[in-house]
Design a protein around this ligand. Structure first.
Ligand code: PGA
Length: 258
């Protein structure tokens, strides 16, 4: 982290977990133990049907609610889809875009790009995900792969909006496996992502953008991961489902930075 230049963001990704009723219970428990300090932004990205309950529950707190996907079109014949304006109207501040689980369902880099542009247009903060498979890591093409995902995902994002984008580096082999990237591995890729942003935009923008790590981040390993200079927060799946664990990760974001 480097709180001098950029925001620290601790974001939960609930995936397909919890009902609206369970959302309400979770938020009640979370609010009771939420640390008072303001050292990081807190986001919880929840299933679409849980958004109203989540938004209602976090009123007057510093937690922002997000969606886990969006459709890039403004409206129309897209059965089952949700537009960015609908998310904003429902009270969302964030939207996860290009998670590897969605890419595995067929989402392309072009889709990711269209969604990022639509989210920015609507005033949402896109949390744009990237990450390599185990095969790609073993073939030593991680940085090239990630650079390609970042370049394609950010196409057409104007200079004045790039700081609004949050990037999440999530190695596919670390998601939900309990196999976290080492702090050094995660730092190396997050640093290279910042270098890509520097080339595409400028040093100032690269310095200001928040880059998160995700993949089995939990209350035990968060401190060490967040201590890395280019890891500005976490995108947390499993551990974000348990209020105590999520709070411990938020507390790990309260450490001195360089
Ligand atoms: P995990 O998920 O923390 O359960 O590994 C992270 C994610 O997929 O965003």
């Amino acid at each position: 982290m480097n709180r001098k230049y950029r925001k620290t963001v601790i974001a939960g990704n609930w995936k397909m977990n919890k009902t609206p009723t369970q959302t309400k219970e979770f938020m009640t428990q979370l609010k009771a133990i939420l640390p008072k300090g303001r050292w990081c932004d807190i986001a919880l990205c929840v299933p679409a049907v849980c958004i109203p309950a989540a938004v209602r529950a976090v009123r007057e707190t510093r937690i922002g609610i997000g969606a886990e996907n969006c459709n890039p079109n403004p409206s129309g014949a897209y059965t089952g889809e949700i537009a960015t304006d609908m998310l904003v109207d429902a009270g969302c501040k964030y939207v996860i875009i290009g998670h590897s689980e969605r890419r595995a369902m067929g989402e392309t880099d072009a889709d990711v790009n269209a969604k990022v542009l639509a989210a920015l247009e609507a005033g949402l903060t896109p949390i744009m995900c990237c990450g390599e498979s185990l095969e790609q890591r073993e073939a030593d093409i991680t940085n090239e792969w990630i650079a390609m995902q970042i370049k394609l995902g950010l196409q057409g994002v104007p200079e004045e909006k790039i700081r609004k984008v949050v990037i999440a580096y999530e190695p596919i082999w670390a998601i939900g496996t309990g196999k976290t990237a080492t702090p050094e591995q995660a730092q190396e890729v997050c640093e290279s992502i910042r270098a890509v942003v520097r080339k595409l935009y400028s040093s100032k923008n690269a310095r200001a953008i928040s880059i998160l790590y995700g993949g089995s981040m939990n209350e035990k390993n968060a401190f060490e991961l967040l201590a890395q200079p280019d890891i500005d927060g976490g995108l947390i799946g499993g551990a974000s489902l348990v209020p105590e664990k999520f709070v411990q990760i938020i507390e790990a974001a309260n450490q001195p930075t360089a």
